[in-house]
Design a protein around this ligand. Structure first.
Ligand SMILES: *[C@@H]1O[C@H](CO)[C@@H](O)[C@H](O)[C@H]1NC(C)=O
Ligand SMILES: *[C@@H]1O[C@H](CO)[C@@H](O)[C@H](O)[C@H]1NC(C)=O
Ligand SMILES: *[C@@H]1O[C@H](CO)[C@@H](O)[C@H](O)[C@H]1NC(C)=O
Ligand SMILES: *[C@@H]1O[C@H](CO)[C@@H](O)[C@H](O)[C@H]1NC(C)=O
Ligand SMILES: *[C@@H]1O[C@H](CO)[C@@H](O)[C@H](O)[C@H]1NC(C)=O
Ligand SMILES: *[C@@H]1O[C@H](CO)[C@@H](O)[C@H](O)[C@H]1NC(C)=O
Ligand SMILES: *[C@@H]1O[C@H](CO)[C@@H](O)[C@H](O)[C@H]1NC(C)=O
Ligand SMILES: *[C@@H]1O[C@H](CO)[C@@H](O)[C@H](O)[C@H]1NC(C)=O
Ligand SMILES: *[C@@H]1O[C@H](CO)[C@@H](O)[C@H](O)[C@H]1NC(C)=O
Length: 597
């Protein structure tokens, strides 16, 4: 039956399907098809496209993708917006025509063919897509500080088949392309690719400036490909930052050419390292997707892996019982009053910072979970008295941050540096809160910039159970049934209920740059990476892009989010990410009222 009611249902479902939700959206009910021969221009120049999968494409399609403009091969000045946009258009067309979605899981059982446009109807096609970038990108567009890039975009699709995308920056164009893709479906009878929502007007811009995934690549090894595909997936969800927690106690996978032994002995195994070229490729790949990579060297705690090559620099190296000296084994903390440590850090940063600074504006120096007892075993300190330790940490942070600023970068730290250790930080420093909502408002209360990501909501590793083993003694009884410290699992619904601004007074909300969703890797590796991050990070992505509240100030609802998230899941699956299910098919095929309470 093709009743107006069904029509309204499918429209309601598809109208709302863009993830994350745009700021404003209006749609109609006309059908438009799109074909590979669609004419595309970028600032007036024709964009031509090389199709790689000929099965769905007509043979007379253009054989070249415009000019090949080199980008990111040597310096930030080598990066051009045009090259990035042309490649993004190329990728988008591949997705549109080769990885699109027949939405059978998203409409009522048996009703798909009735809701689709008739395959043999007169077809109006999208004739032109006019992409206009109204602003000029400069060096900060490719490695912005929070707020330096205007990420807004507009999309307009008229029923006569003319489509336009406008944005101020190249990043806005990339966001627009991701939204554009989500307007189209593949016909189940192979009739082509269509939207039934024309005319369409979208005007969109992000709520928060700092929208990040923090990925721990020290606890378990990830190949460069795992990181690149994760950059792809976060960019589809309109994140703009990948925070790489690249070093921790367990391994040091980053090659530092002037200190080769660091990764030679610190990596889990020969070859499980990131070369300078790998890091550069990760950063430039990310830039081409509107994502900035922020690298973290966590210190002074979480540094045992430096001790695999330089035990003389590390206090409480492998000390036991470990729970006296650190948060998790193997223990080890940079010695705090050691000229050798200072020399090492000078050399480390002198090597790394000039290589990352062309492609990023931030560098994270960590600072979480400092355990005072490690310094009982530090021959340069011999004390666990905070009054003794605090000035030494201050000196270490000052040293690091001076060198970071001189390299043109802005420092980040974990909240403990400010809130627990009362370290005096520059106004430029971004503080990363993780322990509570109160930590976010405590940081803003001190006038500092902050990013949130409360572990009770946004730690995606939680709920897998303990990774420690327990003998058949008292600890077995104590820890039974072996839940981890932050269990239970943070469901997408819980992730979706987090508000980065919770508890922050109105006059301080401008200090909240955004938040990060976290994947720590004690129990995550390339095998379960995708399904551990997704779809839950998508829920975080919408909070960051669209805000916890909608335009009318109401909390966003799981009930209206679920069908859109389920659709995003299907689209991501088609694009090669093993996203876990949002709901069973019964629910995704029902109309959002049945699987609700
Ligand atoms: C980038 O590579 C191209 C050749 O692919 C070369 O012509 C150009 O000079 C290089 N740019 C930089 C900045 O190295
Ligand atoms: C276009 O994208 C495909 C992957 O979808 C890639 O193989 C091809 O190299 C791209 N072409 C250009 C010119 O970037
Ligand atoms: C780039 O342009 C933006 C927006 O106009 C501006 O805020 C920023 O300071 C500029 N950066 C540089 C390096 O010129
Ligand atoms: C998008 O449209 C709005 C409303 O018409 C306009 O104010 C804004 O400048 C447009 N943005 C771009 C990037 O074209
Ligand atoms: C500091 O060390 C002493 C032993 O020297 C110990 O009794 C005390 O609990 C430690 N303080 C903390 C905060 O762990
Ligand atoms: C930091 O300041 C708070 C509040 O004044 C105080 O309770 C705490 O002991 C201080 N921490 C250190 C390490 O001095
Ligand atoms: C909105 O969500 C927040 C959590 O993000 C919650 O504390 C608050 O109670 C909710 N408000 C309403 C009206 O449900
Ligand atoms: C915000 O207002 C409160 C209460 O008036 C005040 O104590 C606080 O200092 C203000 N915060 C900032 C950053 O000005
Ligand atoms: C949703 O499903 C329920 C139960 O099947 C039905 O009563 C209701 O009419 C449906 N609503 C819409 C908007 O399709």
């Amino acid at each position: 039956m093709w009743s107006p009611f069904c029509l309204m249902f499918v429209l309601a479902c598809q109208v709302l399907a863009i993830w994350p939700a745009p700021k404003s959206l209006s749609t109609g009910s006309s059908v438009l098809w799109i074909e590979p021969s669609v004419q595309i221009t970028y600032n007036g120049g024709a964009v031509r496209w090389i199709p790689i999968r000929n099965d769905v494409l007509s043979s007379d399609t253009e054989q070249t993708l415009g000019e090949q403009v080199p980008y990111a091969n040597g310096s930030q000045n080598g990066i051009t917006s045009k090259a990035i946009v042309l490649q993004a258009v190329n990728r988008s067309l591949e997705v549109l025509f080769s990885q699109n979605l027949v939405p059978w899981k998203l409409v009522a059982r048996g009703e798909l063919s009735e809701l689709e446009p008739a395959a043999d109807s007169a077809q109006t096609c999208i004739k032109t897509i006019t992409i206009t970038q109204t602003g000029t990108d400069n060096s900060s567009s490719f490695k912005p500080l929070a707020g330096q890039v205007d990420e807004s975009y507009n999309i307009s699709i008229a029923t006569d088949g003319t489509a336009s995308i406008t944005a101020v920056s190249y990043v806005g164009v990339l966001h627009a392309l991701e939204s554009f893709l989500q307007l189209f479906y593949q016909h189940s009878a192979g009739a082509g690719i269509y939207t039934n929502l024309a005319p369409i007007e979208i005007s969109d811009a992000p709520k928060f400036q700092h929208r990040a995934l923090n990925m721990d690549v020290s606890r378990n090894w990830y190949g460069v490909d795992d990181i690149l595909k994760t950059i792809d997936a976060i960019s589809w969800n309109k994140f703009n930052i990948l925070h790489l927690h690249v070093s921790d106690a367990q391994s040091w996978p980053m090659e530092v050419p002037s200190i080769p032994e660091l990764a030679q002995k610190g990596a889990y195994q020969a070859g499980l390292t990131y070369s300078p070229d790998d890091i550069k490729n990760i950063q430039t790949y990310a830039i081409a997707r509107g994502v900035e990579v922020i690298i973290e060297f966590d210190m002074p705690g979480h540094t045992t892996s430096i001790g695999f090559s330089h035990p003389e620099l590390i206090a409480a190296f492998n000390a036991m019982p470990w729970d006296t000296y650190c948060a998790e084994p193997p223990c080890g903390s940079l010695k705090l009053n050691s000229p050798a440590v200072y020399d090492f850090l000078e050399k480390l940063f002198a090597d790394v910072l000039p290589r990352v600074s062309p492609y990023s504006s931030y560098f994270h120096t960590g600072g979480d979970e400092v355990n005072v007892n490690a310094y009982l075993l530090d021959d340069t300190v011999n004390s666990n008295d905070t009054a003794v330790i605090q000035p030494l940490i201050q000196k270490l942070v000052d040293r690091n941050h001076d060198q970071i600023r001189k390299a043109g970068l802005t420092p980040m730290v974990w909240e403990e540096m400010l809130l627990q250790w009362n370290i005096t930080l520059g106004d430029d420093v971004v503080v990363q809160a993780w322990q509570s909502d109160e930590a976010v408002s405590a940081v803003t209360g001190k006038g500092h910039k902050v990013v949130g990501g409360n572990y009770n909501f946004w730690y995606l590793d939680c709920g897998k159970g303990q990774w420690l083993n327990f003998g058949n003694g008292a600890s077995f009884q104590t820890y039974y049934p072996f839940n981890d410290y932050c269990s239970p699992t943070k469901s997408w619904r819980l992730v979706y209920s987090y508000d980065p601004l919770a508890g922050v007074p109105e006059n301080e909300t401008h200090l909240v740059l955004g938040a990060e969703v976290h994947i720590w890797s004690e129990q995550t590796d390339p095998v379960n990476l995708d399904s551990t991050i997704w779809p839950r990070a998508s829920a975080a992505g919408e909070i960051l892009w669209s805000g916890r509240q909608d335009a009318s100030g109401q909390n966003r609802s799981q009930i209206t989010a679920a069908p859109r998230l389920a659709e995003m899941r299907e689209r991501m699956l088609n694009r090669g990410i093993q996203v876990g299910p949002v709901q069973m098919i019964f629910c995704t095929q029902s109309n959002a009222t049945e699987c609700a309470l």
